[in-house]
Design a protein around this ligand. Structure first.
Ligand SMILES: [Zn+2]
Ligand SMILES: [Zn+2]
Length: 127
Protein backbone atom coordinates (compact mmCIF):
# COMPACT_ATOMS: atom_id res chain seq x y z
CA UNK A 1 0.00 0.00 0.00
CA UNK A 2 1.36 3.43 -0.89
CA UNK A 3 1.75 6.12 1.73
CA UNK A 4 -1.02 8.13 0.09
CA UNK A 5 -3.43 5.22 0.19
CA UNK A 6 -2.51 4.39 3.78
CA UNK A 7 -3.25 8.00 4.76
CA UNK A 8 -6.61 7.99 2.94
CA UNK A 9 -7.50 4.66 4.52
CA UNK A 10 -6.67 5.97 8.00
CA UNK A 11 -8.83 9.05 7.43
CA UNK A 12 -11.82 6.95 6.37
CA UNK A 13 -11.29 4.52 9.27
CA UNK A 14 -11.18 7.23 11.93
CA UNK A 15 -14.19 9.09 10.52
CA UNK A 16 -17.40 8.18 12.27
CA UNK A 17 -19.56 8.48 9.18
CA UNK A 18 -19.41 9.42 5.54
CA UNK A 19 -16.85 11.68 3.92
CA UNK A 20 -16.79 13.40 0.55
CA UNK A 21 -13.65 13.30 -1.58
CA UNK A 22 -13.19 17.01 -0.79
CA UNK A 23 -13.24 16.34 2.94
CA UNK A 24 -10.82 13.43 2.58
CA UNK A 25 -8.54 15.62 0.48
CA UNK A 26 -8.56 18.41 3.10
CA UNK A 27 -7.65 15.93 5.87
CA UNK A 28 -5.01 14.15 3.75
CA UNK A 29 -3.34 17.49 2.99
CA UNK A 30 -2.71 18.01 6.69
CA UNK A 31 -0.54 14.89 6.69
CA UNK A 32 0.78 14.98 3.14
CA UNK A 33 0.86 18.62 2.01
CA UNK A 34 2.02 17.51 -1.46
CA UNK A 35 -0.96 15.27 -2.18
CA UNK A 36 -3.06 16.18 -5.22
CA UNK A 37 -6.83 15.98 -5.58
CA UNK A 38 -6.38 13.60 -8.53
CA UNK A 39 -4.35 11.24 -6.34
CA UNK A 40 -7.15 11.18 -3.77
CA UNK A 41 -9.76 10.45 -6.45
CA UNK A 42 -7.61 7.73 -8.03
CA UNK A 43 -6.97 6.00 -4.71
CA UNK A 44 -10.62 6.22 -3.68
CA UNK A 45 -11.60 4.64 -7.00
CA UNK A 46 -9.14 1.77 -6.52
CA UNK A 47 -10.30 1.18 -2.94
CA UNK A 48 -13.95 1.10 -4.05
CA UNK A 49 -13.08 -1.38 -6.82
CA UNK A 50 -11.25 -3.68 -4.43
CA UNK A 51 -14.19 -3.60 -2.01
CA UNK A 52 -12.20 -1.91 0.77
CA UNK A 53 -14.57 1.05 1.02
CA UNK A 54 -18.04 1.93 -0.21
CA UNK A 55 -19.00 4.79 -2.51
CA UNK A 56 -22.42 6.29 -1.87
CA UNK A 57 -24.07 8.08 -4.74
CA UNK A 58 -26.85 10.40 -3.60
CA UNK A 59 -28.86 12.65 -5.89
CA UNK A 60 -28.02 16.32 -5.40
CA UNK A 61 -24.99 15.56 -3.25
CA UNK A 62 -21.34 14.83 -3.92
CA UNK A 63 -20.32 11.17 -3.65
CA UNK A 64 -19.49 10.01 -0.13
CA UNK A 65 -17.10 7.30 0.98
CA UNK A 66 -17.20 5.10 4.06
CA UNK A 67 -15.61 1.99 5.55
CA UNK A 68 -18.89 0.20 6.30
CA UNK A 69 -19.07 -2.09 3.25
CA UNK A 70 -22.05 -4.08 4.50
CA UNK A 71 -25.04 -3.55 2.20
CA UNK A 72 -27.11 -0.69 3.56
CA UNK A 73 -29.17 2.28 2.44
CA UNK A 74 -28.92 5.97 3.25
CA UNK A 75 -31.52 8.46 4.36
CA UNK A 76 -30.59 12.09 3.83
CA UNK A 77 -31.25 14.58 6.63
CA UNK A 78 -33.40 17.33 5.14
CA UNK A 79 -31.97 19.82 7.64
CA UNK A 80 -28.22 19.30 7.75
CA UNK A 81 -27.67 16.98 4.78
CA UNK A 82 -26.08 14.22 6.88
CA UNK A 83 -26.35 10.64 5.65
CA UNK A 84 -27.96 8.19 8.05
CA UNK A 85 -27.21 4.47 7.70
CA UNK A 86 -30.31 2.30 7.40
CA UNK A 87 -30.28 -1.46 6.97
CA UNK A 88 -33.16 -2.74 4.85
CA UNK A 89 -32.35 -6.38 4.20
CA UNK A 90 -34.49 -7.98 1.54
CA UNK A 91 -35.49 -4.69 -0.10
CA UNK A 92 -34.12 -5.76 -3.49
CA UNK A 93 -36.05 -9.03 -3.30
CA UNK A 94 -39.18 -7.15 -2.25
CA UNK A 95 -38.93 -4.78 -5.22
CA UNK A 96 -38.48 -7.73 -7.52
CA UNK A 97 -41.36 -9.78 -6.13
CA UNK A 98 -43.75 -6.82 -6.08
CA UNK A 99 -42.92 -5.59 -9.56
CA UNK A 100 -42.39 -8.93 -11.25
CA UNK A 101 -39.28 -7.54 -12.93
CA UNK A 102 -35.71 -8.54 -12.22
CA UNK A 103 -34.00 -5.87 -10.11
CA UNK A 104 -30.39 -5.36 -11.14
CA UNK A 105 -29.71 -2.37 -8.94
CA UNK A 106 -31.64 0.43 -7.30
CA UNK A 107 -31.02 3.74 -5.61
CA UNK A 108 -33.13 4.90 -2.76
CA UNK A 109 -33.65 8.61 -2.14
CA UNK A 110 -35.27 9.21 1.23
CA UNK A 111 -35.41 12.54 3.04
CA UNK A 112 -35.40 12.20 6.79
CA UNK A 113 -34.20 13.94 9.94
CA UNK A 114 -30.96 12.70 11.48
CA UNK A 115 -30.73 11.87 15.23
CA UNK A 116 -28.76 15.06 15.97
CA UNK A 117 -31.38 17.29 14.33
CA UNK A 118 -34.22 15.36 16.00
CA UNK A 119 -32.57 16.02 19.31
CA UNK A 120 -32.08 19.71 18.53
CA UNK A 121 -35.77 20.03 17.61
CA UNK A 122 -36.79 18.53 20.91
CA UNK A 123 -34.57 20.97 22.73
CA UNK A 124 -32.46 18.20 24.19
CA UNK A 125 -35.41 16.29 25.64
CA UNK A 126 -35.26 12.55 25.21
CA UNK A 127 -38.05 10.88 23.28
ZN1 LIG B 1 -29.45 16.49 10.52
ZN1 LIG C 1 -23.41 4.35 5.17
Amino acid sequence: MTKQRQTIWNIICTASGHLTAEEIYALAKQELPQIAMGTVYRNLGLMVESGQILRIVCAGQPDHYEKNVRPHEHFTCAQCGALVDVELPGLGQYLQSQSGHPVLSYQLSVQSVCPACQKAQLGGKTI
